[in-house]
Ligand binder design. Structure first.
Ligand SMILES: NC(=O)c1ccc[n+]([C@@H]2O[C@H](COP(=O)([O-])OP(=O)(O)OC[C@H]3O[C@@H](n4cnc5c(N)ncnc54)[C@H](OP(=O)(O)O)[C@@H]3O)[C@@H](O)[C@H]2O)c1
Length: 243
């Protein structure tokens, strides 16, 4: 099956790696010099999308301008645009089916967390396509994909903040930067199977001993309002998708 990716930015190229193992990819961009010459690349102007399966990966603000340069009716639009509703997609680009997805840059390693919603008739196909870049989660409403955006889409940036703060804390107490980076990175790698098989509260209880190091660290995090900041952060990201 052929997939046409419109846009060649960070997200498009992160997805391309996993997708190209199973799909024949072509790119449609405004500047063809930006795409690796190993791919088929077409200029955006007057591009015919008739009967094509399109992965739309441009910035949300560019939707109308990009749409005005396309002609024909696509088979399916698979949009990765944060906060652009199915209604907005329908107003701008003609297609028989519409799907919204929210992947993340871990797609580069085929470990994206991709939340999907849209036309039920394309549910199986959407799940199959996006499974080639990692885990997929179908949700039944646009509200849910908008809520999930902060964790599925922005999640790597939020976890990066935690990782960087841990590294800085280690350095502040006197560790070499390189050791701080390696130790923190190893923690993230090792944590994935742990969280998959244990509820977070169980992990915390199993690590925290009375008056111990974890209890002291937790106390500082609670004093700093880290838990409520994360909850607020997810709410703020959701608000942006509703503008
Ligand atoms: N980055 C993420 O982690 C992430 C996660 C989930 C979803 N998304 C979604 O993915 C989409 C792309 O984000 P990104 O991070 O990949 O952004 P990006 O790296 O800035 O890439 C944006 C792409 O859109 C193109 N573009 C922008 N304005 C255009 C216009 N007026 N006409 C034609 N093409 C235009 C850019 O072309 P030029 O190179 O020529 O400027 C580029 O190919 C966004 O809608 C975002 O919501 C991103």
């Amino acid at each position: 099956m052929k997939l046409t990716i419109i846009g060649a930015g960070a997200m498009a190229m992160a997805m391309a790696k996993g997708l190209e193992e199973q799909y024949d990819l072509e790119f449609v961009v405004r500047d063809i010099s930006k795409v690796d010459s190993n791919y088929s690349v077409y200029r955006l102007d007057n591009f015919d999308i008739s009967d094509k399966n399109i992965i739309l990966a441009v910035k949300p603000y560019a939707l109308a301008s990009v749409a005005s340069k396309l002609k024909g009716e696509a088979d399916t639009i698979y949009s990765v645009l944060a906060g652009s509703s199915l209604e907005i997609l329908k107003e701008n680009i003609k297609a028989k089916n519409y799907i919204r997805t929210m992947p993340n840059v871990s797609a580069k390693f085929e470990t994206s967390t991709t939340v999907i919603t849209g036309d039920e008739s394309k549910k199986d196909e959407a799940i199959e396509i996006f499974s080639s870049i990692g885990d997929t989660f179908w949700v039944d409403s646009q509200k849910e994909i908008d809520i999930a955006t902060s964790v599925a889409g922005s999640g790597p940036a939020l976890l990066a903040l935690v990782a960087e703060a841990m590294m800085d804390g280690l350095v502040k107490e006197g560790m070499k930067r390189v050791d701080a980076i390696n130790i923190t990175n190893s923690l993230f790698k090792g944590f994935a199977p742990l969280i998959e098989s244990n509820h977070p509260a169980i992990i915390k209880d199993s690590v925290m001993s009375p008056a111990g190091t974890t209890a002291a660290a937790y106390g500082a995090l609670e004093e700093g309002g880290v838990r409520s900041s994360f909850i607020k952060a997810i709410g703020e990201a959701f608000k942006i998708t509703q503008r």
